[in-house]
Design a protein around this ligand. Structure first.
Ligand SMILES: Nc1ncnc2c1ncn2[C@@H]1O[C@H](COP(=O)(O)OP(=O)(O)OP(=O)(O)O)[C@@H](O)[C@H]1O
Ligand SMILES: [Mg+2]
Length: 426
């Protein structure tokens, strides 16, 4: 099947050079049109198009398929021929189903929209999709032409511009938040310092009083302290003190993290990043999510970790994205999440390893993880940008993100970053 008669119906002006076309305009119906000087066969013309063009018969079966369609969809003309479009084309993110698209094109002659088409090698592409109704004047049967133009690059550029815009808004907000947070942090840190400095003194004072009180209790019998028997209170007081110290340390850390996160780091990529501290800050920011997802969460910091060169906030964003994915992959709270840092001295690389015992990733999904918009969680609010943003940040840092996964068992993500060479060696 070729495209000649389709052309015949789309636009009579395009009929030049087609041997099967006749010139109806000058009333000489039935006469073969005079050959123009430039008269390429129409099928060839369609094959020159960058757009994937598909011709459809009255019941939506494929009757024509140009070369761009072969390349784009990874299916040959012979493989596609005669198959229903709805079974051949996997369409996602379209407002209508393929059947509805055809109905709409039939009703209003032309349907136009954007959609994600599954294309060659199982990849996805955003397309501008136009479906036109075509009908021979002498026939009742309605045919269709489907044109798909790959607009993925444009979509990615648009998404980047949107992100950039958001970053600018975010930077503004962060600036305001930064001022506010440093003010509040100062106010919180001051009284918190009293707690941190005074509690150890009270602990010591208690330790020195305890033998005296023990002796008193031995000689005079038990007595009440703060409404409780001394015999009970003597063991409770140290726990109360360590609770106070722990709480104060936590306040200090959270305030520090907030200050770090709110800081607008315009100075870019040339910072010395303490990876353990970065992981710790990221953990503080997602601690609620992690707690909700797993009762089995482990952190392990390597103590021989050299710094890496880069931007702390951007690296924190990567760690947060990986931790969020790990949390979202879990099905039960008893499944584990683990994050640890390590140094591979031979490769000169600092590693951050995030392991989860979640649903895992099927092998066929692996090549698509970094594709912008690839997500299996669209209906739960996933945009599919988490890992693509993470991978671009990792690339900026000259690093790598590697995934190992077994479906139903879990996933291990390894982020490798080049360690910063010691001073004097660049
Ligand atoms: N730890 C993981 N376990 C299982 N699947 C994962 C894991 N990490 C990523 N994936 C898969 O990779 C897809 C893409 O991840 P990505 O972070 O880019 O997007 P998302 O999490 O779906 O959405 P977003 O991050 O924008 O909210 C996920 O939808 C999921 O299918
Ligand atoms: Mg994600």
């Amino acid at each position: 099947m070729n495209f000649l008669w389709f052309f015949d119906m789309i636009d009579p002006c395009l009929k030049i050079g087609s041997r099967s076309c006749t010139d109806r305009r000058d009333g000489r119906e039935g006469r073969t049109m005079a050959k123009s000087k430039f008269s390429p066969p129409l099928e060839e013309v369609l094959n020159l198009l960058d757009e994937a063009v598909i011709g459809l018969g009255p019941h939506g079966a494929i009757v024509a398929w140009n070369q761009a369609a072969e390349q784009f969809y990874g299916l040959s003309l012979t493989e596609a021929m005669g198959k229903p479009l709805a079974d051949t084309l996997a369409v996602e993110d379209c407002l209508l189903t393929t059947a509805q698209v055809l109905q709409e094109a039939e009703r209003s002659n032309r349907w136009r929209g954007e959609a994600v088409h599954r294309v060659a090698d199982g990849r996805r592409a955003w397309v501008e999709w136009v479906v036109k109704r075509v009908q021979r004047p002498e026939e009742k049967a309605v045919h269709f032409l489907s044109f798909a133009r790959n607009i993925s690059e444009w979509k990615i550029a648009e998404e980047r511009a949107r992100q950039h815009q958001q970053q600018i808004i975010q930077a503004d907000k962060m600036l305001a938040l930064g001022t506010l947070v440093s003010g509040v942090a100062h106010e919180i840190n001051n009284p918190n310092n009293f707690i941190m400095l005074n509690t150890p003194i009270l602990q010591e004072a208690w330790e020195s009083m305890r033998p005296i009180l023990d002796r008193h209790a031995e000689e005079e019998g038990d007595f009440l302290v703060g409404g409780l028997d001394y015999s009970e209170m003597r063991d409770t007081i140290p726990l109360l003190f360590s609770g106070v110290v722990e709480g104060a340390k936590r306040i200090k850390r959270i305030v520090g993290d907030l200050k770090n996160f709110a800081r607008t780091d315009a100075s870019g990529m040339d910072h010395e990043v303490d990876v353990n501290a970065g992981v710790q800050s990221a953990l503080t920011l997602v601690s609620n999510l992690v707690k909700k997802a797993s009762r089995n969460f482990k952190v392990e910091f390597a103590d021989d970790l050299p710094p890496v060169r880069g931007n702390t906030q951007r690296l924190q964003q990567v760690i947060i994205n990986l931790l969020q994915n790990a949390c979202q992959a879990l099905e039960r709270q008893d499944q584990a999440i683990e994050i640890r840092t390590a140094f591979d001295a031979k490769a000169g690389e600092v590693k951050i390893i995030v392991r989860d015992e979640g649903v895992g990733i099927p092998p066929e999904a692996m090549p698509h993880l970094f594709d912008p918009f690839y997500t299996t969680r669209r209906e739960r609010g996933g945009t599919g940008l988490g890992l693509s943003v993470a991978s671009s940040i990792v690339q900026e840092h000259g690093g790598r993100l590697e995934f190992q996964s077994t479906p139903k068992r879990g996933t291990t993500v390894t982020l490798s970053l080049p360690a910063k060479p010691p001073a004097g060696r660049g």
